[in-house]
Design a protein around this ligand. Structure first.
Ligand code: GLC
Length: 431
């Protein structure tokens, strides 16, 4: 398939998942609106339909709570069969929840400010910026106020679903250390359209439900949650995405003539915290930090490269990430039985599984973050190689949710929206 045909096909995927003002991630598997999905989708839409991209942002912000939190799911009014359903979260009645909208009670990686800047760069619209800027600022303020009360510069996540990488190798130890009691009865819906061998296990699901139950029992009071949640993590990927979003927020503020000091403060503190707390000099990796057990999580996942995308690595750290890890065939580089960059976890991880969701498969958003990071740090050839592999995977296997790095076979949902949106971005902006 040539680039022109691929672009058309990608636009078709977004059109077919368009529900009118917002886009579902995939037609059967994910029938609602997801937070970081919509932001990535808006980046794709910004290239050919900025008005529609603006609508995607507005529709996500409909779900913003009055305290600033932007939920990870905004439920479609009529759509049954997804677990957890809207009622599961018991958010109705919570004073912060907007009237007439049904949402989850947790958040997701904050890419939205980055998407808004992308839209504005392609189709400058001061009115739109003025409209959404306060909401973006309110969300970032919520993250620093409620999830980083000590002012370290790192926002905590309180559930694996907040990371966006639900069953990442990073959570295996944290979840195994938990003793879920009184898990409410539930029935999974995620293994109806996708094989169970490509999804999280039941043991993991018990823990997801247990943790969500604790959050709803705490009525989403973040002070209670931070004091008691058995899952409390400073995640590299989440915070790198936040840092990049803060760079974008600062640019938007400057353009609007709004003060930038607060955002500057976050940028400085986060940068310092990445070096001080998340960088492991012995291993040459950025590692997540388990706040509950006060220990680094020694798992090596694709998130370790996200600091490149956010400008958070020094030159020598970047060299080590690329030279010792990304290009290492035992970890992330293709070799023999593994043909494609960039698996979601190091192939050396004991929890590696090349077909199981975030445990090993290649994801288009992971590759996109790595490509943009390599371009930022002066590795144009490697970026171009990973870009062309990403396009090849999609052109061959379709716009699947993720891909087996061994043979390039598509896994998970079909016609997956962010795979299409980011292919558009890679085609329109090669680097
Ligand atoms: C899964 C993914 C998450 C994504 C959602 C919708 O829960 O882990 O990252 O946002 O599906 O695509």
């Amino acid at each position: 398939m040539d680039d022109g045909a691929l672009l058309e096909a990608a636009r078709d995927v977004l059109a077919s998942n368009d529900v009118g003002g917002w886009t579902k991630p995939a037609s059967h598997q994910y029938p609602h609106q997801w937070n970081w999905d919509s932001a990535l989708i808006a980046i794709g839409l910004s290239w050919f339909d900025p008005d529609r991209a603006q609508a995607e942002v507005r529709s996500l912000l409909r779900g913003q709570w009055s305290d600033g939190m932007v939920p990870h799911i905004i439920y479609a009014p009529r759509s049954a069969g997804y677990f957890p359903p809207a009622e599961f979260w018991q958010t109705q009645g919570n004073r912060a929840v907007p009237a007439g909208v049904r949402t989850s009670g947790i958040t997701q990686p904050p890419i939205l400010a980055t998407a808004v800047r992308a839209i504005h760069q392609r189709a400058p619209d001061a009115g739109f910026l003025r409209e959404v800027y306060p909401s973006l600022l309110a969300w970032h303020r919520w993250l620093f106020r409620e999830r980083d009360p000590a002012g370290e510069g790192l926002a905590c996540i309180v559930h694996p679903w907040e990371s966006g990488m639900d069953n990442s190798v990073c959570w295996v130890g944290v979840l195994a250390a938990m003793d879920p009691i009184d898990v409410p009865p539930y029935r999974r819906g995620d293994t109806i359209h996708v094989g169970p061998d490509q999804r999280p296990t039941d043991t993991e699901y018990d823990r997801y439900v247990y943790l969500a139950d604790l959050l709803r029992k705490a009525e989403y009071d973040q002070t209670t949650v931070l004091a008691s949640s058995p899952f409390l993590v400073e995640d590299v990927l989440f915070n790198a995405i936040l840092q990049r979003a803060n760079e974008d927020l600062r640019a938007l503020a400057a353009e609007l003539g709004e003060p930038t000091e607060e955002v500057e403060g976050w940028l400085v503190r986060t940068k310092d915290a990445f070096r001080r707390k998340l960088w492991d000099e012995d291993r040459g990796l950025f590692l997540d930090y388990d706040v509950r057990s006060r220990r680094s999580i020694q798992e090596n996942s694709v998130g370790t490269f996200a600091p490149l995308y956010a400008g958070l690595a020094g030159e020598s750290e970047a060299r080590r990430l690329v030279g010792e890890h990304l290009l290492n065939p035992a970890e992330y580089a293709p070799e023999g039985g593994s043909r494609y960059f960039v698996p979601t976890a190091s192939k050396e991880s004991p929890h590696w599984d090349g077909r199981r969701y975030w445990r090993g498969p290649v994801w288009v958003n992971g590759n996109w973050l790595v490509i943009r990071g390599l371009q930022r740090y002066g590795y144009p050839e490697l970026a171009a190689q990973i870009r062309s592999q990403t396009l090849e995977l999609v052109a061959t296997a379709g716009f699947r949710e993720h891909f087996d790095p061994g043979n390039g076979e598509g896994c998970g949902a079909s016609n997956f929206s962010w795979s299409a949106a980011l292919v558009i971005d890679l085609l329109m902006s090669p680097g």
